[in-house]
Design a protein around this ligand. Structure first.
Ligand SMILES: Cc1cc2nc3c(=O)[nH]c(=O)nc-3n(C[C@H](O)[C@H](O)[C@H](O)COP(=O)(O)OP(=O)(O)OC[C@H]3O[C@@H](n4cnc5c(N)ncnc54)[C@H](O)[C@@H]3O)c2cc1C
Length: 495
């Protein structure tokens, strides 16, 4: 069943009595093991790090003032999929909070609502630029009607949707910070995955007259675990272990051993050396580019080359502990200015007061998008902390130096799969190869080289597990619709 679909891996000893090995204990891998554990099936999770949660974990830091908690960039839970909402609620249970979302963009010394609210944007740029933005937009719409332009790059996609003026003001600089490439070097796929359905005309109309069937933001409120997003993973891990299954931390997968088109086992590096773990079914959430390169026997050379041509973007967070009640009201603040190297920050206390030791304290998590080895990555931790504080004091006027009582950095690699202009062909080649292996499924964000948030990451994990329990799901269909993730059409009820 390989026509573009992943194998359901169920040919040898499917279901409850077979042994499943899950690689990676981020939300996706844990979700597979959680679903299998709930069904009474066997699952062993192997994780390279000494902790669970992957990119979605929460770091705890003791200070003289008490404990601070930091996500790797704030993680909110949102999804349109009620099965996933149910799972999230079931796992997080009594630790669940609802958080109001208020986010802004800082650019040119001004603030604009985020997601980009056109009325607020036009007001911030002044009448002359606003008029140019509307004219530009009118021109692009008229042109589209006569002959729709081909969308190849991220730049094409943004200009087609917003016109050149708004693109240059609100999308270009930030996108280039996030991805480290010019927008004409990036694929338009990311934009169509993220912003389909947003139209300037609709936005202006909606700002003036609330219409029926109006586009409603799903994320004005979102769910969040009281003690940090990492609790979602930690609680899944607890349930997996309570069901008698095992999570092996500090077990880095080094080889996937094949016999023909089946995996027989994996070789892991442990603290004491190396070990071979056998299994019947395998689920991988480790980076896709790594997976295809650790096959034994090795994957064909063209597949290895394909893996080498795909890249990830990395991230450094600067985590500041602050003796002040509150810095902003924002959930996130996006920083577009090119002379400020960080791209975004959030104030964890605005998400949950339990993220800081008491009411007199707050904290900030500042995100630097970078690539291992570049000028940002090569900055020392001290430089990064000092530079962040300097911008907060001098440019943003948010804190005074003495209010910052401590700071540290966290470096995470392979945080964002980069969709450059040529990523699809090599990715397809890699998928065709992996899909030819009967009892191996790939899931997650890095694991499928797909820009999945936690909802889509765990959806693939959940479906991979269900495939092993006898259902038939195509994991490639997850997050494949191009509808904007964060909005839904509400048909009735808008008065
Ligand atoms: C800055 C930032 C902000 C984000 N904000 C949000 C948000 O607001 N909402 C949201 O829903 N999502 C958000 N996300 C996305 C979210 O983090 C991911 O969707 C999610 O973590 C993906 O889960 P995963 O299990 O697929 O991958 P990961 O979390 O990356 O987990 C993969 C695991 O595999 C392990 N691993 C890797 N190699 C090996 C190996 N060789 N052997 C064994 N183990 C290995 C890793 O150590 C890791 O634990 C954000 C991501 C980032 C970077």
């Amino acid at each position: 069943m390989h026509n573009g679909h992943q194998s359901n891996g169920s040919r040898a000893g499917s279901g409850h009595d077979s042994k499943t090995i899950v690689m990676g204990a981020g939300p996706a891998g844990l979700c597979s093991a959680y679903v299998l554990s709930k069904a009474g099936a066997h699952a062993t999770v192997v994780e390279a790090a000494p902790f669970v949660g992957g990119l979605a974990r929460t770091i705890r830091r003791q200070s003289d003032h008490g404990e601070f908690k930091f996500d790797i960039g704030g993680h909110r839970w949102f999804t349109k999929n009620e099965d996933l909402n149910d799972l999230f609620r079931e796992v997080v249970a009594d630790e669940l909070l609802w958080v109001n979302r208020v986010s802004r963009i800082y650019f040119d010394g001004k603030y604009v609502d985020y997601p980009l609210k056109i009325a607020s944007a036009l007001k911030a740029v002044g009448p002359v630029t606003a008029a140019r933005a509307v004219l530009d937009y009118g021109r692009i719409r008229a042109k589209q009607r006569v002959k729709p332009a081909e969308v190849k790059s991220m730049e094409d996609a943004y200009i087609n949707q917003y016109g050149e003026t708004l693109y240059k003001l609100f999308f270009q600089a930030y996108s280039e910070k996030v991805w480290g490439l010019k927008c004409d070097q990036l694929s338009g796929d990311w934009v169509s995955q993220r912003t389909k359905g947003m139209s300037l005309v609709t936005a202006i109309k909606d700002a003036i007259i609330p219409s029926k069937g109006k586009v409603v933001s799903l994320i004005d409120q979102f769910m969040y675990p009281r003690e940090g997003f990492g609790r979602f993973s930690e609680r899944m891990a607890d349930s997996i272990e309570e069901a008698g299954n095992e999570i092996r931390l500090r077990n880095a997968v080094e080889k996937i051993v094949l016999d023909g088109n089946r995996v027989t086992g994996i070789r892991v590096r442990t603290e004491n050396g190396s070990e071979f773990i056998e299994g019947d079914n395998f689920i991988s959430s480790i980076p896709f580019t790594v997976l295809v390169k650790i096959m034994e026997p090795a994957a064909p050379q063209d597949v290895m080359d394909a893996a080498d041509s795909l890249t990830f973007r990395d991230i450094i967070t600067v985590n500041l502990m602050i003796k002040k009640r509150q810095v902003t009201h924002d959930t996130w603040l996006y920083v577009h200015d090119r002379n400020i190297l960080f791209g975004r920050f959030h104030e964890p206390k605005n998400w949950s007061p339990a993220m800081v030791p008491g009411d007199d304290y707050t904290s900030l998590v500042i995100e630097y998008f970078c690539t291992k080895g570049d000028h940002i990555w090569n900055m020392s931790d001290e430089q990064l902390v000092n530079q962040s504080v300097k911008h907060l004091v001098e440019d943003l006027d948010f804190v005074t130096p003495d209010e910052v009582i401590g700071g540290f950095t966290l470096r995470a690699t392979k945080a964002y799969p980069v969709y450059d202009l040529h990523y699809q062909e090599p990715l397809l080649k890699m998928k065709n190869y992996i899909q030819s292996i009967e009892n191996l499924q790939y899931i997650g964000r890095g694991g499928s080289f797909r820009y999945n948030n936690t909802d889509h990451s765990i959806e693939t994990g959940m479906l991979a597990a269900k495939n092993l329990l006898g259902e038939q799901h195509n994991l490639e269909a997850v997050n494949a619709d191009e509808e904007y993730h964060e909005i839904k059409r509400e048909q009735a009820s808008v008065v």
